[in-house]
Design a protein around this ligand. Structure first.
Ligand code: PTJ
Length: 262
């Protein structure tokens, strides 16, 4: 990994880029994943690279759904493994969710590399690798259709951190609750999920694991109350409205980055 000085104004973002590139070299991430990451970076820039209130509200509902679920599953692709394997494992522990590898660009080599990365952070059971991905999501043509009969196929709640849209729709048609994390509130995934968390997976997954640690002590009634009060179109509206207002404010100023005085 190249060394980026911590004083660089874009340090955090550049480090994430390095993690994705490193993930590519380790066969976790595909080349297309680098493009997807760049798309995410652009939306994160517009969000101001901070977790906003609408993301926290959606995350709370997502955690409540996972804690109430009979069979929650966290779906992991290459980018998620490279950026947030540790937090996936912590969230799975805190919610009792299964972890399943599910790839758009599926290959045995990548499945194994991703499972290995998850094991490195303490995951013990990892579904969706090799022959375990023997079931099929109906109506889906991509490799994402291949799922574990012990995992996504029978799940009632599926968390999809960073995804491409067609599977979210297919899972919804199967009657599942889909909790999505996507920096782009306009994406198909964001628009069709049951609960959409508009934030970066590297920021929100650790927050969700912490929330789950506290919320798992709550009664089912209290958790159900959160879900009953939750309205995903309102949350998406808040996210899109936030981008609009932030850009309007920045547009009024034109130049908003000030150079330090010489
Ligand atoms: O590992 P595979 O084979 O399953 O392939 C995974 C990729 C990411 C290549 C595949 O799912 C894909 O092509 O995704 P898309 O269609 O480019 O969608 C990715 C979405 O995730 C976009 O809406 C991005 O804005 C968003 N995104 C990118 N990085 C992040 C993110 N959302 C949250 N956190 C991120 N770090």
């Amino acid at each position: 990994m190249i060394s980026i000085p911590p004083s660089h104004p874009r340090y955090k973002s550049l480090m994430l880029r390095e993690r994705i590139v490193e993930g590519y070299k380790r066969r976790l991430v595909v080349l297309e994943g680098l493009i997807a990451h760049g798309r995410g970076e652009a939306f994160d820039y517009l969000l101001g690279e901070e977790t906003r209130g609408f993301a926290l509200k959606a995350a709370r509902a997502g955690v409540a759904a996972m804690l109430l679920a009979r069979h929650p599953v966290i779906s992991v692709n290459g980018n998620t493994a490279a950026l947030a394997a540790e937090h996936v494992v912590r969230l799975a522990e805190a919610t009792g969710a299964y972890i399943e590898v599910n790839l758009f660009y599926r290959s045995r080599e990548r499945e194994e590399a991703i499972a290995e990365e998850l094991r490195r952070w303490g995951a013990r059971i990892i579904l969706g690798v090799g022959d375990d991905a023997s079931a099929t999501i109906p109506e889906l043509q991509s490799e994402r259709r291949r799922v574990s009969p012990r995992g996504i196929l029978v799940a009632d709640v599926v968390l999809v951190p960073l995804e491409d849209g067609d599977r979210t729709e297919a899972l919804r048609r199967m009657g599942k609750t889909v909790v999505a994390v996507d920096l782009n509130p306009l994406s198909r995934t964001a628009q069709t999920a049951s609960i959409t968390i508009v934030d970066n997976i590297v920021r929100i997954l650790p927050v969700m694991a912490k929330m789950a640690g506290e919320m798992k002590e709550w009664s089912r009634d209290r958790l159900s109350g959160i879900l009953e009060a939750y309205d995903n179109s309102r949350i998406l509206g808040e996210a899109i409205g936030f981008l609009e207002e932030r850009l309007r404010g920045l547009a009024a100023r034109g130049v908003f980055l000030e150079l330090p005085k010489a």
